[in-house]
Design a protein around this ligand. Structure first.
Ligand SMILES: [Zn+2]
Ligand SMILES: [Zn+2]
Length: 175
């Protein structure tokens, strides 16, 4: 699995990502329409460790998705290109957001109260079990235009004149 290179519109941010499949997942959800200004977005879900930012520093925009959990969008502070999204999947997600150092507390742990220590263990457990995945925008990659359409999600929000080009799920594939 070789890495793909990508860069934002202005070139201030560059990254490498390992794709699991040479295909785009088309997302028709209304959030993607708003954030991208198009009929749908082109993505893939990969483990967080598959992405490496090699140049520049990203800004973050946070919103609450359908599940009520916070989603962080990472974008170029100069040209605003959205590079990837990350939904915190653990039960302590909002708390973790409030305290970004929560996962770096190893050496401080004895000084923390017992409920806080338990909370940290819970977050670590959920990340291990559920894995930590991100949604990357595949069309921003150098090879993005050569990837095929692999599947479509949030078909329920598809614009009436946008044709189906791959297997479509009304919302998400059953897990
Ligand atoms: Zn940029
Ligand atoms: Zn979407």
């Amino acid at each position: 699995m070789s890495a793909d290179h990508g860069k934002c519109h202005c070139g201030q941010i560059e990254w490498q990502v390992k794709l699991e499949d040479r295909a785009h997942i088309l997302c028709h959800c209304d959030t993607c329409k708003k954030l991208g200004g198009g009929a749908y977005s082109l993505n893939q879900i990969v483990p967080k460790e598959n992405l490496q930012i090699t140049k520049g520093k990203l800004n973050t925009y946070t919103y609450h998705g359908d599940s009520g959990k916070p989603v962080n969008c990472y974008y170029c502070p100069n040209c605003t290109t959205h590079i990837y999204h990350h939904q915190n999947s653990g039960p302590g997600a909002s708390w973790e957001l409030a305290c970004p150092f929560a996962l770096e507390v190893g050496s401080l742990a004895p000084k923390l109260s017992r409920p806080v220590q338990k909370f940290i263990i819970l977050i670590r457990w959920s990340k291990t079990v559920m894995g930590d995945k991100i949604v990357i925008r595949t069309i921003l990659l150098d090879q993005g235009k050569s990837l095929k359409a692999g599947a479509e999600i949030f078909g329920k929000d598809r614009l009436s004149w946008v044709k189906e080009v791959a297997q479509t799920f009304e919302v998400l594939p059953p897990s």
